[in-house]
Design a protein around this ligand. Structure first.
Ligand code: F6R
Length: 241
């Protein structure tokens, strides 16, 4: 595991974008696994700039998002569909058909999860999976206690996660109680993983995940067993290292 501690959020974002850019330059039809949330917004801004300066090209890139809320209309301001459009997809030349995000309003959710998982492997699997980490150690919506063997599925969100996510909603009661998420098994099958964390709020979770025992209580701790992980932190997230 390679750990890079940067001075601040902007440096973390630049370093993350460089890693993604190198992946795209090395393989133009890379399959990327993408997160939402506060952590990767700076990285997406950097990637948009690299694309607009024609230093990278998204035209053959395939993307699979980690997760989406269950039951939230796709154009709801809190949805991950909306987030991805606003932060990345509307600003780069990615092809519409190359974008994959779980459909939280699909009629048959079990079928949607199965289809999502199959689609990933139809494209040959994920080359680079980018992850954020929750203060409780979650990755995707795989909350503490999640089984390692799980693939894409419908899950219940912890109250802690719902409370945190309420910053994206007008009213905390609007935050869905469930989500669709890639499972830990799906994530661990990616060829390479890039984990990002920024801010004091993430220092404990990051240290537990990367230095503590591998335990279901800290889902991100499983990454210690992945052969190709790069972790990029800012100084605050790396302060307990
Ligand atoms: C988002 C996701 C989550 C976030 C995590 C950190 O797609 O899968 O696991 O990465 O909750 O969120 P932020 O970056 O907002 O602190």
């Amino acid at each position: 595991m390679r750990v890079v501690v940067t001075n601040n959020y902007q440096e973390m974002s630049r370093e993350a974008a460089r890693i993604v850019a190198r992946q795209i330059l090395a393989k133009e039809d890379s399959v990327l696994g993408l997160p939402t949330g506060d952590t990767p917004t700076g990285m997406y801004e950097e990637l948009v700039q690299l694309d607009n300066r024609r230093l990278i090209d998204f035209s053959k890139v395939i993307t699979f998002n980690l997760d989406e809320y269950y039951g939230l209309p796709l154009d709801h301001p809190g949805s991950y569909h909306r987030y991805m459009r606003e932060k990345l997809f509307d600003h780069v030349n990615i092809q519409e058909g190359s974008i994959h995000i779980p459909d939280g309003v699909a009629k048959d959710i079990e079928e949607e999860c199965r289809r999502y998982e199959e689609e990933i492997y139809r494209y040959g699997g994920i080359d680079l999976q980018i992850l954020g980490i929750g203060p409780n150690g979650h990755i995707g919506f795989n909350e503490p206690g999640s089984d390692w063997e799980m693939t894409t599925r419908l899950v219940k969100l912890s109250e802690e996660t719902r409370r945190r996510e309420s910053r994206y909603f007008r009213d905390p009661t609007e935050v869905p109680t469930q989500g669709i998420t890639m499972g830990i098994k799906t994530i661990m099958k990616a060829r390479k993983i890039l984990l990002l964390a920024s801010g004091k709020e993430k220092a404990k979770a990051t240290t537990k995940a990367l230095k503590g025992p591998v335990t279901k209580k800290v889902p991100a701790s499983i990454l210690q067993l992945h052969p190709m992980v790069t972790v990029v932190l800012d100084k605050e997230a790396g302060s307990l290292f």
